[in-house]
Design a protein around this ligand. Structure first.
Ligand code: C2E
Ligand code: CA
Ligand code: CA
Length: 942
């Protein structure tokens, strides 16, 4: 645990190091100081010991000499007093004497020597000066070289009789062991030398003394030294014994020395023992400090961990430190800080969430829901209640309340506020309203039926001067609400105001973007969304769905003839009929103009689609009165089914659209199911339609003329036939592009252009000197249905100033089917312009022969179909015969179209058909060729 925390805790490591270093420095300094001190002391001590010991030795040395002197004097006395004199051997048998002296001798006045003890040969000679000194009464100390290295024999000499110098000199060699005290020298080295530098005694192996040292000895009375003697360093002390004051002798210097190593033995031990001691100290310090650090810093790691948690956003993390010191205070402050942070964070995140909702265009309900769930925790309230107002009429339409995490929705019907309550709220916009429960509670709080003592804080949400909501926080304890809390509450109020007004605005925008303004039906955007969802659902449930694409038949005519307002009214009606014709789960969408899509979902039985399609078509097939006129409407419809026809919403729509075109081509007011072949054609058609728009201006549209003949093979007229010389595809048959032009209404423009071309062409005959023949122009049903057909045709005739006698209009039977009266009237109007009218393709339509008699027609064109079958079909022969007979009765000319064979011609001629058109005579030819034919004919008739 200690190790763990140390590893993690850099602070702990640092403290540990400082402890160790802090302890190490004084310990080391102390060590060095004490080493210095101790060694200094040891030096001093050794010096003083050696010096004292030298002095001691010197004094004792003098003592021994004095003692030896008096022993000699005593002996002399005894010899003098003895009757036998020098020959009294008893005198010399004294043990004490033997111990003191090695040799004993007497030297007479004339220089003769007599041994008293030991050997006379050993007795040294005295010099004249020495003898004189002794005779003068002094005791002589005489060093004599000995056999032993470094040690001199010391002789002492004195007058045998003090009063009679001629009595001779008594001489004795001091016993060396007694004199030098060999046993007392001990570990120290001893050196005795005279004040002139003569060595008497040296225990050192090498007697040579360094010069400076010797000088020091000789110059000083006493002292000490630290010097190398031989191979070793020595510490030493010296003392000068004043021997010369008592004897006829030089002063002597006693030197005692000790090897430095021995002297400093004690400090040597210290230097050995000290480093481990330091180490031990450091270890103890480290151990103790780790313990302490662990104890004192564990709250720190707790705090560190807590801080990390808070940094991760865990604001509910609390620390528990019971160290009864600053750390505990710090822990408490930390807990307080985190709880503050938590509430700050809550406030911030709720604000952020509301802001997000403002931006993410959520609806008002979701904003209210967020406020209900998030605000009580922040505001510390026991209850929250949000009253939603009808912003325009200023009554409450809903009250949502949340208490103890339970949600209550109150109010089924609207609730009125008093003028006073409303004024209260309006006055407090931008502030908060406080209410006590014993006050007269406003109605939206009374509604809650709270019992007990409550205190309320109400935030009015005011948008554009109108109250759109109130947010009420209720507190059970009657404590005053802090200013801070009120500010927060107000802040939320403002945000919610923005959110709500935004939501309202966005809802409006959403509606505008997703719903058609005229019919109120959803638009293309909604369809795309729904279709994708429904496809996914159908896929999951293995069901089918159908896309019905409707296009109103001839809607443009309504717009053009009755005005846009009428068209709009019709669309609205149709939308309503469509909506009523389907289940609520299905969808009706207005795609554009007069196009609608119906989405039928959840189909288990494909046979049902037929039924539904029929029902939808029938709903549109109505007569509606718009602008005072009854208008009959029908629609053509294409159907694509998921997953049979396509699997994507885009393809389904495209296919349904293609199928719708086929339904249109099939004579409108019906429906077609999509089939694979349609796509290619439909695509091609779309391309063609696009190109057709610019074909005229590009000069790709030209007029061919197919001459008409009489029985004498004379040209009696021609039919103008349109040709499209496509830049890439070459000549395109009108059978292919006319339906496309009709579908897209381009036929109107094309038709006028054709008529104009033909008029100009007829007029050009005059200049060419050609006698004019009537030229017929095909008028499509789409053109004829347009109410302006008469006006526009009149305009062209007027502009080209052509003689209308030579212009013939070919109409198809179908034009008269929609509205018979209108049709007849229009034909009369056209005829009134001076034109001729022909009924084209007669026999293919619905009209019976009797139907013809009311129509102001000049020509009947028998459809090619019958002519082609003349040779084979009995039926056709009968029909052709009947048509010819009838026309004769009605005074109409009859022309047979598509005459290709002689046999056909013969049959027709046999039945009094007088006019012919067909490949047998001529194919359609360019204008120039036709002019050529006319020119060739001129001379014949002329
Ligand atoms: P339509 O009005 O019945 O025109 C006669 C069609 O029969 C022409 O075809 C002509 O070339 C063709 N035809 C003539 N004699 C024979 C024959 O002996 N054998 C065969 N097999 N065909 C013969 P075209 O030119 O291809 O026109 C086709 C249709 O396109 C026309 O049928 C007409 O309904 C329409 N159309 C042509 N030009 C115009 C126009 O300017 N305006 C309008 N609205 N429709 C036009
Ligand atoms: Ca025709
Ligand atoms: Ca025809």
């Amino acid at each position: 645990m200690i190790k763990h925390s140390r590893q993690r805790n850099k602070v702990a490591q640092r403290i540990l190091w400082s402890f160790v270093i802090a302890s190490l420095i004084p310990v080391v300094i102390l060590g060095v100081l004490s080493f210095h001190q101790v060694s200094q002391q040891l030096y001093q001590q050794t010096y003083s010991v050696l010096q004292n010991s030298s002095k001691d030795y010197g004094l004792r040395f003098i003592d021994r000499l004095v003692l030896a002197e008096s022993a000699l004097r005593l002996l002399a006395n005894r010899i003098e007093r003895s009757s036998r004199g020098l020959r009294d051997q008893n005198l010399f048998r004294d043990q004490k004497l033997h111990k003191q002296f090695n040799d004993l001798a007497i030297m007479t006045k004339n220089g003769q020597r007599a041994s008293l003890l030991g050997d006379t040969r050993m007795v040294p000679y005295l010099t004249e000066a020495e003898i004189e000194k002794v005779r003068s009464g002094l005791t002589l100390i005489k060093p004599v070289d000995s056999d032993e290295l470094g040690i001199k024999q010391i002789w002492i000499a004195l007058n045998f009789n003090e009063n009679t110098p001629d009595a001779g000199i008594l001489m004795a060699e001091l016993h060396p062991e007694t004199l030098w005290e060999f046993e007392n020298i001990g570990i120290n080295q001893l050196l005795v030398l005279t004040d002139v530098g003569q060595s008497w005694f040296s225990s050192l192996p090498n007697t040579f003394l360094p010069k400076p040292l010797l000088t020091e000895f000789l110059n000083k009375f006493s002292g000490n030294f630290n010097h190398k003697l031989g191979n070793e360093d020595y510490l030493g002390g010296f003392w000068q014994a004043p021997l010369g004051n008592m004897f006829a002798s030089p002063h002597i210097i006693i030197v005692q020395a000790q090897p430095k190593s021995v002297a400093l033995n004690a400090i040597d031990f210290f230097t050995k023992i000290y480093p481990p001691l330091v180490l031990l100290t450091v270890l103890i310090v480290a151990f103790l400090s780790t313990k302490l650090i662990a104890k004192y810093l564990s709250p720190l790691s707790v705090l560190k961990k807590a801080t990390e948690r808070v940094a991760e956003g865990q604001f509910d993390y609390q620390v528990d430190i019971k160290s009864k010191d600053e750390f505990e205070t710090l822990g408490d402050s930390f807990n307080e800080m985190t709880s503050r942070l938590r509430s700050q964070f809550e406030i911030q995140s709720t604000m952020a969430e509301i802001d997000r909702q403002i931006l993410s265009l959520l609806n008002a309900d979701e904003i209210v829901e967020t406020a209900l769930t998030r605000l009580p925790g922040i505001m510390f309230s026991d209850l929250i209640s949000i009253a939603k107002f009808d912003a325009d009429k200023q009554f409450i339409k809903a009250v949502h309340t949340r208490r103890n995490n339970q949600h209550f929705d109150l109010l089924d019907q609207s609730l009125e506020l008093t003028a006073e309550e409303l004024a209260d709220l309006q006055n407090k916009q931008g502030g908060v309203l406080e209410v006590e429960s014993h006050d007269d509670l406003p109605v939206y709080l009374k509604l809650l039926k709270l019992t007990g003592n409550w205190h309320f804080m109400i935030i009015p949400v005011v948008i554009n001067e109108n109250v759109s909501a109130t947010i009420s926080f209720a507190y059970q304890q009657n404590t005053p609400i802090s200013k801070e809390l009120k500010t927060i509450a107000r802040n939320f109020g403002d945000r919610i105001a923005v959110a709500l007004s935004n939501a309202a605005w966005e809802e409006k925008l959403f509606h505008q973007a997703h719903f058609d303004g005229l019919t109120g039906l959803p638009n293309r955007l909604v369809l795309n969304d729904r279709l994708q969802q429904e496809i996914a659902r159908a896929k999951r449930d293995s069901k089918q769905l159908a896309v019905l694409f409707l296009d109103l038949d001839r809607f443009k005519n309504v717009n053009d003839s009755l005005g846009h307002a009428a068209g709009d009214a019709l669309l609205k009606q149709i939308a309503e009929h469509l909506s009523n014709s389907i289940r609520t789960t299905d969808l009706v969408v207005r795609m554009s103009g007069d196009e609608f899509v119906v989405l039928i979902t959840d189909i288990d039985n494909p046979a049902l689609i037929n039924k539904i399609a029929g029902k939808v078509l029938k709903a549109v097939d109505t007569t509606t009165v718009v602008a005072g006129q009854s208008v009959k409407s029908t629609a053509s419809m294409g159907i694509a089914i998921y997953p049979i026809d396509a699997e994507t919403s885009e393809d389904l729509l495209k296919h349904a659209d293609s199928a719708m075109y086929y339904a249109k081509n099939d004579g409108r007011a019906n429906f077609r199911f999509y089939s694979a072949e349609m796509t290619e054609t439909a695509l091609e058609n779309i391309k063609l339609e696009h190109e057709l728009r610019t074909a005229i201006s590009k000069g790709e549209i030209i007029v061919y003329y197919q001459p008409k003949f009489d029985s004498g093979k004379q040209i009696i007229g021609a039919e103008a036939l349109i040709r499209w010389n496509h830049s890439e595809l070459g000549m395109i048959s009108p059978a292919k592009f006319i339906p496309i032009a009709e579908q897209s209404m381009l036929i109107v423009e094309i038709g006028r252009w054709m008529l104009e071309q033909v008029c100009e062409f007829v007029k050009s005959f005059i200049n060419l000197g050609i006698e004019p023949v009537p030229i017929s122009v095909n008028i499509s049903g789409v053109e004829f249905d347009r109410p302006d057909i008469v006006i526009k045709t009149a305009e062209i005739l007027k502009r080209t100033r052509v003689n209308p006698d030579f212009i013939e209009l070919e109409l198809t039977e179908n034009v008269a089917i929609g509205n018979r009266e209108l049709c007849i009237e229009r034909m009369h109007q056209l005829k009134a312009l001076g034109l001729r009218l022909a009924m084209d393709d007669f026999g293919t339509g619905f009209s019976s022969l009797s139907y013809l008699q009311d129509l102001p027609l000049d020509v009947l064109k028998i459809d090619q179909h019958f002519i082609r079958e003349l040779e084979t079909g009995i039926n056709s022969q009968a029909i052709v015969r009947a048509i010819l007979a009838l026309a004769d009765g009605l005074h109409m000319k009859v022309i047979a179209e598509g005459v290709e064979t002689e046999a056909q011609l013969i049959f027709l001629q046999e039945h009094q058909c007088q006019f012919f058109q067909g490949f047998l005579f001529s194919r359609p030819i360019p204008a120039s060729q036709f002019v050529q034919l006319l020119l060739e004919k001129q001379p014949i008739s002329a």
